[in-house]
Structures are given as C-alpha cells and as structure tokens.
Design a protein around this ligand. Structure first.
Ligand code: NDP
Length: 476
C-alpha cells in the first residue's frame, strides 16, 4: 500500500480531481467501474504525477495507505450506493469514504449513519467548479465527522482554490452539512444566473442593444461590485458569434433552460423549513416556464400583451439602474440562501459558520465573486445576524440602489418584460421591512373558515371569534 488517497469514478470530475491530487505530489490510487477510463487516464495524463491504477476494487483498496481515504466521484444516486457497498467488505475500521458527487443531503445523512455503525468514516463532500475547477482548484465543502477532517482536511485544502492564500475549503459540519451547503450554493447559482439573464433581457428590450453591445456592458460591470465569474462568462458568451450563421451565439440557442435538480432540491427543502427563498424559487420556476412549450405556444396565441414601448432618454442612466437593480436583487437572493443555511443548521444541529461558507465560495466555484468577502465580514461583525441585507454595509448598498430597483421593476412591468427574480426580490425586500403585513387578514380568514385562531396586537394569548354565532371572542 503506497497511495495516500484513492479516487474511484474517473469520468470528467473524478479524472480531474485525481490529476489535481497527483499534481500536488500525492500518490493517487485510481479506479473506475469500467477499466478503460482508468487506462485512458494513465495513458493521457500519467505524467501529471504518481498514479496507482487498479482494475479490481480489492486491489484498489489494498493499494491505499491506512487509514484509507477514498473519494467516490460517480453519478449521484444509486451508483454511489453501489460503489459504497462494493467498497465496504474491503475496508477497515477508521477508513474514510468521501462522496464528492452531487448527492442529495438526506442520502448523505443516511450513508453517514450506515458507515459510522460499521466503524467507518463517511464524508459527504460538495465540490463546485465543474471540470475546470476539479483540475485547477475547486471550492470544496466537506461534511461528516470532524475528526476525519484532521487528516483529510490538509489534503483537500492543498488541492482547493485559494483566494489571498486562503483555501476555499473548510469543514462544514456533521453528516449531510457539506452536501447541503453545496445544494444551496447551486440554488444561489440558479438565482444569480436568472438575475443576470433578466438584466440582459432588460438591456436588450430597453435599449434595443445587440448581444455583443450588452456583452460590453457586462464587461464594464465586471470591473465593479458585480465582479464575478458569472458576469465575466456572460460578457464572453454575449460577444461570441455563431460560426455557422454569423449571428450572435445567444440568438441561435433555443430558449429552454434545463436543470439537473439541485435547484429543485433547494426549493423543496426551503418549503420544508419554511424559509422564503423567493429569488432561487423564481429562478427555478423560470427555467420550468421556459421549458413549458405547449403552455408558451397557447399563451402566445391567446394572450394580449398590452405593453407599452420603452422610452429611454438617458441610456447611461438606464444601464446604471439595471446594474443597481441587479446588485440589490442578487443580495436578496444570497441573503435568502444564507437564511436557509441558518435554518437547516439549526434544524439538523450542524453548527454551520455562514461567514466561513462565504469565504470558501470566493474562489473555485461557479458563484465565486469579489463581494463574498463582504458577506464574510458581515457574519464576522455579527455571527447571529438575522438578515444579511440588514448588515450595515448591505443595507447601505441596497438603500442606495433602491430607487433604481423600483424604476426598473416598474418599467419592466409597464413594458411587458418578465423579471420574476428582480420583481420578487424587490417584493421580498418590501415585505420583510414592512411595518405591518396583510398576514393579519389571512389569520382572520383562517379563523373564520377553520377556527384556526389568532393572536392580538394588544394582549397575550390565542383567540377565536364565533364567526357563525354571536361573533364574541373566546380565549382558545
Ligand atoms: P457522471 O455523473 O457522468 O458519472 C459517470 C461516472 O459514474 C463514471 O465513472 C461511471 O463509471 C460511474 N458510474 C455510473 N454508474 C455506476 C455504478 N452503478 N457503479 C459504479 N460506477 C458507476 O460523471 P461526472 O464526472 O460528470 O460527475 C461525477 C459526480 O460529480 C456526479 O455525482 C456529479 O453530479 C458530480 N459533480 C459534477 C460536476 C460537473 O460539473 N460535471 C460538478 C460537481 C459535481 P463507468 O465509466 O464504468 O460508466
């Protein structure tokens, strides 16, 4: 046994992660269900470092130093269970099994419990950054038993992305915490992408600007507060020309967005926890709407628009309004995502440090961005901060952009451009800061038809009104 770490599952992600370990000087045991992928890794990239290929699971496990560290990088779901079951008979007490796939966190909790009963450690590890990140430094979100992080952590931190010399990897929390945080990361990614897409659509309709022209605007934005990977690639994509037609690439792509499911999981979990993540939810539904082809056809044929036509006098002012509205909406989406992390952390007893999560998302992952520093600072100022946008820095930023945000959402509505994420984020902002909400009426309605009771503003207790009787009030 001479490998310090093993990787099983050598499709794009596993192969690149194995190469990343090898390039950092680790001897890496490599294995894949079908041996061809293992052979091609050695043939194509054997010179990256020291690999120990095995065809059988038994040889693979035997080639790794104890306590073993084995990263599973296979298709999430049943395949992960199959690989775990295949490994178990060959493992010994104290060995660490690490699932780097996009597992759903309840599966990770289940697997962690099962393996801990066998005396094995199970680490559910979120990995973000795609194949490029896996090779050159991803953001890594490992959960599981904290003691396994003492030996595993330094290796993961070594191969992770670095920002200002700080690794984009830290222990997240017990059992499913790592995969949970990865899931919310993806949910935020959905919101971020949708907001950028809405900003593009507003600039397109408002200014009648070409894709390339809008790409230039995004390029400018990437020099300021919005500086991030997603803004950067948006600028690039918008300026890309389709080789076949000579048209802007974005104009030849079918407008039906797909998803693999992490956004949906995020929204489902938020519903379970009762956390309003409206930005992420609208982004997920916007993808669903785009793919609802029969509904879109029926609507186009039957529904009037009655929309105005854009009349923009000051082009630069409009662009700045869209930028401010984008930043404010984005802050709401992140604020909501961090609320969800806080709620889940309390529900599952994970003790997640939200500031640390923002820190490990600064590099390597898809939502990597400069402003994440600000989130870390906000949670450093107050680790129990109840609402991220209420932090003084963010309150100031959002406050300064508020008038622009309202103008943009209003103009979008008047001119018939759908902005579900911009508009719902503004509604959330106004809702969460409202002195008094119409929820009072909802409580009254609930008491009327279902005797669900209500509380009063002027005294303690729970009450019911005899709606169908004499309308007297009783203490429930
Ligand atoms: P895929 O999700 O396409 O999975 C292919 C790999 O899974 C192959 O190695 C395949 O082996 C193996 N596999 C499938 N079924 C089984 C099984 N029943 N038993 C054993 N092995 C099996 O690969 P990716 O590299 O794209 O992703 C790997 C994991 O990383 C996934 O969980 C994914 O969600 C996650 N992930 C992916 C990212 C990405 O950008 N692609 C980003 C972050 C995470 P074989 O070659 O024998 O078919």
């Amino acid at each position: 046994a001479r490998a310090q770490i093993g990787v099983t599952g050598l499709a794009v992600m596993g192969r690149n992660l194995a190469r990343n370990f090898a390039r950092h000087g680790y001897t890496v045991a490599v294995h894949n269900r079908s041996y061809a992928k293992t052979e091609s890794l050695i043939a194509d990239h054997g010179t990256d470092g020291d690999f120990v290929p095995s065809e059988s699971t038994a040889d693979f496990v035997a080639s790794i130093e104890r306590p073993r560290k084995i990263v599973i990088m296979v298709k999430a779901g049943a395949a992960t269970d199959a690989v775990i079951d295949e490994l178990i008979p060959h493992l010994e007490e104290g060995d660490v099994v690490i699932d780097g796939g996009n597992a759903h966190f309840p599966d990770t909790i289940r697997r962690e419990h099962k393996l801990s009963e066998l005396g094995l450690h199970f680490v559910g590890m979120g990995v973000s950054g795609g194949e490029e990140g896996a090779l050159n430094g991803p953001s890594i979100m490992p959960g599981g038993p904290k003691e396994s992080y003492t030996t595993l952590g330094p290796i993961l931190e070594d191969i992770s992305a670095k920002v200002d010399g700080t690794p984009c990897c830290t222990w997240v929390g017990p059992d499913g915490a790592g995969h949970f945080v990865k899931m919310v990361h993806n949910g935020i990614e959905y919101a971020d992408m949708q907001l950028i897409a809405e900003a593009y659509d507003l600039l397109k309709h408002g200014l009648g600007e070409s894709a390339a022209g809008i790409g230039k605007i995004f390029e400018q934005w990437n020099k300021g507060d919005l500086e991030s990977f997603l803004i950067e690639i948006t600028a690039d994509v918008l300026q890309h020309v389709d080789a076949e037609t000579g048209k802007a690439f974005v104009d030849v792509v079918l407008d039906q967005a797909e998803q693999k499911g992490t956004g949906r999981w995020t929204v489902q979990n938020a519903l379970d926890l009762g956390v309003p993540i409206t930005g992420i939810a609208e982004a997920t539904f916007a993808r669903a709407l785009s793919g609802s082809v029969p509904q879109r056809e029926a609507a186009r044929a039957a529904l009037p628009g009655d929309a105005g036509t854009w009349q923009i006098e000051d082009r630069d002012a409009f662009v700045e309004d869209v930028r401010l509205a984008l930043y404010a909406s984005k802050l709401v989406a992140y604020s909501q995502g961090f609320d969800q992390i806080a709620a889940a952390s309390a529900e599952y007893g994970w003790g997640i440090d939200r500031g640390a999560m923002a820190r490990i998302w600064r590099g390597g992952c898809i939502i990597r961005a400069k402003f994440l520093n600000r989130i870390t600072e906000a949670y450093e100022r107050d680790e129990n901060l109840p609402l991220l946008i209420a932090d003084p820095y963010f309150a100031d930023v959002v406050g300064k952009g508020l008038a622009a945000w309202r103008r943009i959402v209003a103009q979008a509505a008047l001119n018939g451009v759908p902005t579900p994420a911009f508009a719902s984020s503004l509604s959330y902002y106004d809702g969460v800061r409202a002195e008094r909400l119409p929820a009072a009426l909802i409580q009254a309605q609930r008491d009327f038809f279902g005797a669900h009771t209500y509380r009063r503003v002027d005294r303690e207790g729970t009450f019911h009104t005899e709606w169908s009787g004499d309308r007297s009030e009783t203490t429930a």
